[in-house]
Design a protein around this ligand. Structure first.
Ligand SMILES: C[S@@+](CC[C@H](N)C(=O)[O-])C[C@H]1O[C@@H](n2cnc3c(N)ncnc32)[C@H](O)[C@@H]1O
Length: 260
């Protein structure tokens, strides 16, 4: 199966369905950002600490798999030179809508987070990568490409899912709130579900998801050459798991000026 093509259509459908992560910011938000008042999310609920950002004015910023008109327009309004790369034309259209409505300049690129060949080495000062690598089967290529296109001294801010979220039977969890341990990690909607369950999942038209190991998520960043400089956890208040563990992680990683 062509996972990227499948997920492109699936995310276009999510826009039509009004998924929370496809709903663009309103004009008050970008107007406040123009006055320096803003906050953004990498994970469901906890705002990214402002100390994780340098001064955005004049900064070359890549929103990586960051369509939906949520963070890109805020960064543009706050003065960054923003490029948003996303696999879904409908998600990019949300950014375009805000940019046109609020008079913001943004570059919108349809592409794959695991292949940033549109960008030359050391093109960006900051990469903002909200929870989205669950939609690619391998995450290490994403870290390698992010490292390549970032300038030395630049930062990668990433949100991702703690894979413990994927060990449970998702139907029992969603319909009855039951936490039945069922899957091993790494998890894949394509190979971990039994055939009937996988068919029900595909029939519902959801994007395909992959539960990566923490070694791939955190170790993969370190192996790409990054140095971790910050980490926090977050939760999804609608998940029955949130009583027990925070299942989202955000990291701040630096591309060292001198490679170590
Ligand atoms: C949960 S949304 C993230 C965007 C949102 N603004 C946020 O705050 O989280 C996940 C995004 O990943 C994108 N995506 C999925 N697979 C992708 C891929 N292979 N390359 C680039 N973007 C991808 C989707 O189109 C979608 O816009």
């Amino acid at each position: 199966m062509d996972i990227r093509a499948y997920n492109r259509s699936a995310w276009d459908r999510e826009v039509a369905r009004g998924n929370t992560w496809t709903q663009p910011v309103n004009q008050e938000v970008t107007q406040a950002a123009q006055r320096g008042i803003w906050s953004v999310l990498l994970t469901p609920t906890r705002p990214v600490p402002r100390a994780w950002f340098p001064d955005l004015r004049g900064l070359d910023l890549l929103g990586l798999a960051c369509g939906g008109g949520q963070q890109g327009p805020v960064f543009a309004a706050a003065g960054a030179n923003v490029t948003v790369l996303d696999n879904s034309p409908a998600q990019l259209a949300q950014d375009r809508l805000v940019a046109q409505r609020d008079g913001l300049d943004m570059r919108l690129v349809e592409g794959d987070m695991a292949n940033l060949s549109q960008f030359v080495d050391e093109s960006f000062d900051l990469i903002f990568h909200p929870v989205s690598n669950i939609f690619v089967p391998a995450v290490r290529p994403v870290w390698l490409e992010a490292f390549r296109v970032l300038r030395p001294g630049g930062a990668l801010l990433a949100g991702f899912v703690n894979p413990v979220q994927y060990i449970f039977d998702y139907e029992a969890m969603e319909t009855q709130g039951l936490l039945n341990v069922h899957h091993s990690i790494p998890y894949s909607d394509l190979t971990s579900l039994d055939p009937e369950q996988r068919q029900r999942y595909l029939d519902a038209g959801h994007p395909l998801e992959f539960g990566h190991t923490l070694e791939d998520q955190i170790g993969g960043q370190l192996e790409a050459g990054f140095l971790l400089s910050g980490i926090y956890e977050d939760l999804d208040p609608s998940s029955p798991l949130c009583k027990y563990i925070s299942t989202f992680i955000a990291t701040r990683a630096i591309k060292p000026v001198v490679e170590i």
